[in-house]
Design a protein around this ligand. Structure first.
Ligand code: ADP
Ligand code: NI
Length: 215
């Protein structure tokens, strides 16, 4: 299969697998990460086949969607092999998707440029206008309040506390979203993050002003 056909097949595979997920990993999250990764990949001179495949497949093995991460990764690997993707490309894509998740720890430092590009694109989807929309959608789905002035943001959490603990949409900005700008790997990703970060800061300022009836 040529490059364009493999990517089209990956797009269909992801649509079939993720379908109606409501944990913030619906197909449109993948679509946005894919578009953003392509943009950064072009600017940074990355291998676009690896970037696009890793962007499209990065959430298939998410622990919220499959029984175990290992099982999800095995499924992605066999799919890539079935498509006749070159072995080195399969290994590179697998390395990226198995190492890029945030999981509360803010792990950084992808080994390759392509990994750096895809991780940046995934992080960018959590910030800016789309990031704001996702936080409130996620919080609503989990039954959390948008904001509770008596519940302070949590710091130094374990991965388990990060997933399970009680918090609010507004606290999630301090626990994760406002930190992402400084975790960008690539120069172009960082530039995009700065614009999106400013959108969140303006939003929070307006939010607190409205909370106290000041604006
Ligand atoms: P990823 O898989 O991209 O690392 P997560 O699964 O942690 O991200 O989150 C998916 C989306 O849901 C993100 O946009 C994130 O900001 C939002 N989200 C995750 N945890 C929370 C939370 N505790 N409260 C509000 N929003 C959250
Ligand atoms: Ni993602």
């Amino acid at each position: 299969m040529d490059q364009a056909n493999i990517i089209a097949a990956a797009e269909q595979f992801v649509k079939d697998e993720l379908g109606g997920d409501s944990s913030g990993h619906d197909y449109w999250h993948i679509y946005r990460v894919w578009q953003t990764a392509k943009k950064i990949g072009v600017e940074e001179g990355a291998d676009l086949l690896v970037v696009e495949l890793a962007a499209l497949l990065h959430d298939i093995a998410d622990e919220k969607l499959v029984a175990s991460e290992a099982e999800g990764l095995a499924k992605v690997r066999s799919w890539l092999v079935e498509q006749g993707v070159a072995e080195a490309t399969v290994e590179h894509v697998m390395e990226i998707i198995s190492t890029m998740s945030f999981k509360g720890g803010g792990k950084t430092g992808m080994r390759t440029l392509e990994g750096a590009v895809v991780q940046d694109a995934d992080r960018l989807d959590a910030i800016g206008a789309v990031g704001i929309a996702r936080v409130f959608a996620y919080s609503g789905a989990k039954g959390q309040l948008s904001h509770d002035p008596h519940l302070p943001p949590r710091t130094d959490m374990t991965a388990e506390e990060y997933r399970k603990g009680k918090s609010t949409a507004i606290n999630h900005f301090y626990e994760k979203l406002l930190k992402l700008k400084d975790l960008m790997n690539t120069a172009y990703g960082k530039q995009m993050a700065e614009g999106r970060h400013a959108v969140m800061e303006a939003f929070l300022e307006q939010f607190y002003a409205e909370w106290e009836g000041k604006k």
